[in-house]
Ligand binder design. Structure first.
Ligand code: P6P
Length: 347
């Protein structure tokens, strides 16, 4: 009857976080409340993303209809918003209304949002509300990526509170909007995956204690940038394609949507790279709300994440939209990349 017991003993994400919280008796459930508002944002975006495709396909008369059909909270006739702008508004409103945040950094907003004093809490949230949104029209999976810091000292929130190294994050995660809606989360003691059951409107634990394989057979990079790569990256990719030790060549899988590429890397193993190149010397991906959360998850799952110079989570950002090169995934695969960069340093 174990299976039956599991079927009726639903481990929802809220229950999971509450269990986690018992480890910190001093926390008054603030983190659970914060997370429940992030989960609400993800559920809303999931609903919008699923409908956007359909709405576009069947060409609902007048773009405003599409807006109104999303949710009763939209006043009829509101201009059709781009989904990433809409998602950003939803997350900002959900996070502010949680009463547990003081600073928000979004990929969509040039400046950080300082929450008004009456609604302030102790957490700082950095997020990309809809990463990879250029892929919506072709149905490729996209996602929300987030990281959570605690304010450094209890009084007035300052920009320095969101310019902390990634290793100071309390939690990080992503929600992937694909064939199913999957939320992958770490609060610092391992990584767990939850899948949205639309009939319940709940995220149910489906991937307990995710561990990335120590070594993988897949490399994931945009080969179109090959002409601009530096020596170590070029050497590593060459090694993946033409291994000298007689081992089989690795497979290339690149979706061009970070959440989808990282999710596959986490579950199947291998390595995801967005290196620096001559065109973009700091790479393309953003430190606070792409590199840090995905690096946090990789380390928690037994993998690692490297910038070409050092451990990604040791980076101390100077600006909220700073970029960094990133090599993340299976522990042994990233070790090989680190060795190539170390050899370059020795020259
Ligand atoms: P490229 C999507 O635009 C994104 O920000 C990430 O989700 C993705 O990993 C990357 O850019 C893809 O970039 O240059 O390969 O198209």
């Amino acid at each position: 009857h174990a299976a039956d017991a599991n079927r009726t003993d639903l481990m929802t994400i809220t229950r999971y976080v509450l269990n986690e919280q018992t480890k910190y008796p001093e926390s008054r459930g603030d983190f659970t409340i914060l997370l429940s508002h992030i989960v609400l944002g993800c559920k809303f975006v999931c609903s919008c993303v699923n409908k956007a495709g359909l709405a576009k396909l069947i060409g609902l008369a007048g773009e405003t209809n599409v807006q109104a059909s999303f949710s009763p909270t939209f006043i009829w006739g509101e201009e059709q918003k781009k989904l990433d702008v809409l998602s950003n508004e939803v997350f900002i409103k959900a996070l502010v209304s949680s009463g547990r945040t003081c600073i928000l950094v979004s990929e969509e907003d040039e400046e950080a949002t300082f929450v008004e004093p009456s609604k302030r809490g102790k957490y700082c949230v950095v997020f990309d509300p809809l990463d990879g949104s250029s892929n919506i029209d072709c149905g490729v999976s996209i996602g929300t990526i987030f990281g959570i810091y605690m304010i450094k000292d209890g009084d007035e929130p300052k920009l320095e509170d969101v310019l902390q190294p990634g290793k100071n994050m309390l939690a990080a995660g992503y929600c992937m909007y694909g064939s199913s809606c999957t939320l992958v989360l770490s609060t610092g003691s391992g990584v767990n995956g939850f899948t949205l059951d639309p009939s319940l409107g709940e995220f149910i634990l489906t991937h307990p204690d995710i561990k990335i394989p120590k070594k993988g057979r897949i490399y994931s990079v945009n080969e179109g940038n090959a002409k601009n790569w530096d020596g170590p990256t070029a050497k590593y990719v060459e090694k993946c394609k033409f291994p000298k030790d007689g081992s089989p060549a690795k497979s290339l899988r690149y979706i061009g949507s970070m959440v989808a590429d990282v999710h596959r890397t986490l579950l199947y193993g291998g390595v995801f790279l967005y290196p620096a190149d001559k065109k973009s010397p700091s790479g393309k991906l953003r430190v606070l709300y792409e590199v840090f959360p995905m690096s946090f998850l990789m380390e928690q799952a037994g993998g690692q994440s490297f910038t070409g110079k050092g451990r990604a989570l040791d980076l101390v950002p100077k600006k909220i939209h700073e970029r960094s090169p990133i090599f993340l995934g299976s522990y042994d695969d990233v070790e090989e990349i680190k060795a190539l960069y170390a050899a370059e340093e020795q020259k």
